[in-house]
Design a protein around this ligand. Structure first.
Ligand SMILES: NC(=O)c1ccc[n+]([C@@H]2O[C@H](COP(=O)([O-])OP(=O)(O)OC[C@H]3O[C@@H](n4cnc5c(N)ncnc54)[C@H](O)[C@@H]3O)[C@@H](O)[C@H]2O)c1
Ligand SMILES: [Zn+2]
Length: 341
């Protein structure tokens, strides 16, 4: 079992990472919740795999009810948000009850947003089941839904009361979903944890320790920048170019981040910011995990980047590695970028 605490000014919380924790949930939830009712929000795939297990491990201590929505990004909508709120109200949820978000990042973002707004905020516990959600999206308090054709455009910062991670659930993910998480996990190693990166070369099973090491990188930036104003931006390493190719070529997000990291490394090397020795180890590790490593010339995508949301008053902030395990936020003016195109 590994334990981690996210220290924030008003709402610190614990993360427990333990194989089989799904069979033993009450023990931990009692630390943060002693009322009678719990409402689980999950999707139809996770429902079939884990809902009974979760209910069984809570039912001796709590009255448990649940709401199920269809899986996938298409559920991160205002309609599904309204549906969940309606179902919870029909089931007579009260403001001192607890919500559990059981699922991947979609369920985490959506349930967190419900928890942030229903009764002006009620507590929730995250039980992330996808690799991406376990090593990344379940902590940090960013919640929300897609709207007006834009991702995560309606949302709120709402920290969970606790996060409970069972690495055994990763085993039921299909290959592409697993890889999707690996792209971001490798990114965490690249920007903030060289030891984590090194440990991946032997292709170990993704276990409690690896998830712990990955979350440590995210925790660090969340603690110093809870509301995503500055340092947290380093998590966008590989995303600036990743976003530019993700939709265009139909990559999954983590796959696009893999390619985006390689593009950012090339650009960082050209600018003299990134140590040239960074490229090969990242390329090798991406290949090891069957992530795409096609070469795209970053110069062809700088125009797209200029129109991206990171363009704040004529400057674009890039995240470059300096060496493996370390990165910087690097500001460039439109003019400077123009010279590279
Ligand atoms: N809040 C944040 O900080 C943050 C960070 C990164 C990503 N996100 C968001 O997270 C979402 C992506 O997360 P995701 O990749 O987990 O997507 P997801 O929730 O859609 O899960 C991916 C698929 O895996 C299934 N699944 C989940 N756990 C499973 C398991 N144990 N076994 C088998 N199948 C399982 C789901 O049903 C779904 O079909 C995006 O909406 C993204 O915007 C949020
Ligand atoms: Zn990402």
């Amino acid at each position: 079992m590994r334990e981690l605490k996210v220290n924030l000014k008003d709402h610190s919380y614990k993360i427990y990472i333990e194989n089989g924790i799904l069979n033993n949930l009450s023990k931990y939830i009692k630390e943060v919740y002693n009322n009678d009712k719990i409402f689980i929000i999950t999707d139809d795939i996770v429902e079939k795999l884990y809902l009974n297990k979760v209910i069984n491990s809570l039912k001796n201590d709590y009255v448990v009810d649940y709401v199920v929505i269809p899986h996938g990004e298409a559920s991160k909508t205002l309609e599904k948000y309204a549906y969940i709120c309606e179902e919870l109200l029909k089931k007579e949820i009260r403001r001192n009850n607890l919500i559990i978000a059981l699922g991947g990042g979609v369920i985490g973002d959506l349930s967190g947003f419900v928890a942030s707004s229903l009764f002006r905020g009620i507590p929730y516990v995250g039980i992330p089941t996808s690799l991406l959600a376990q090593m990344d999206s379940s902590i940090g308090g960013k919640t929300g839904i897609d709207f007006y054709g834009r991702k995560n455009i309606l949302g709120a910062f709402k920290q969970p009361s606790m996060v409970l991670i069972d690495p055994e659930t990763i085993k039921s993910l299909d290959n592409r979903e697993f890889n999707n998480g690996m792209g971001e996990l490798i990114k965490h190693g690249a920007i903030g944890n060289k030891e984590l990166l090194d440990s991946l070369y032997s292709k170990p099973e993704i276990d409690e320790n690896i998830i712990y090491e990955s979350l440590k990188v995210k925790r660090h930036v969340v603690e110093i920048d809870e509301f995503d104003l500055n340092e947290r931006m380093t998590l966008n390493f590989g995303h600036t170019f990743g976003h530019a190719i993700e939709l265009k070529y139909g990559y999954k997000h983590g796959e696009a981040v893999a390619i985006g990291m390689l593009m950012a490394i090339k650009m960082g090397i050209d600018l003299g910011v990134t140590d040239p020795s960074c490229y090969k180890p990242i390329l090798d590790i991406l290949k090891l995990y069957n992530l795409p490593t096609e070469e795209y010339n970053y110069k062809d995508y700088l125009k797209d980047v200029l129109y991206d949301k990171k363009n704040i008053a004529g400057t674009v902030r890039f995240i470059f590695l300096t060496k493996l395990g370390e990165c910087v936020i690097y500001k460039m003016t439109e003019k400077e970028i123009g010279k590279l195109i």
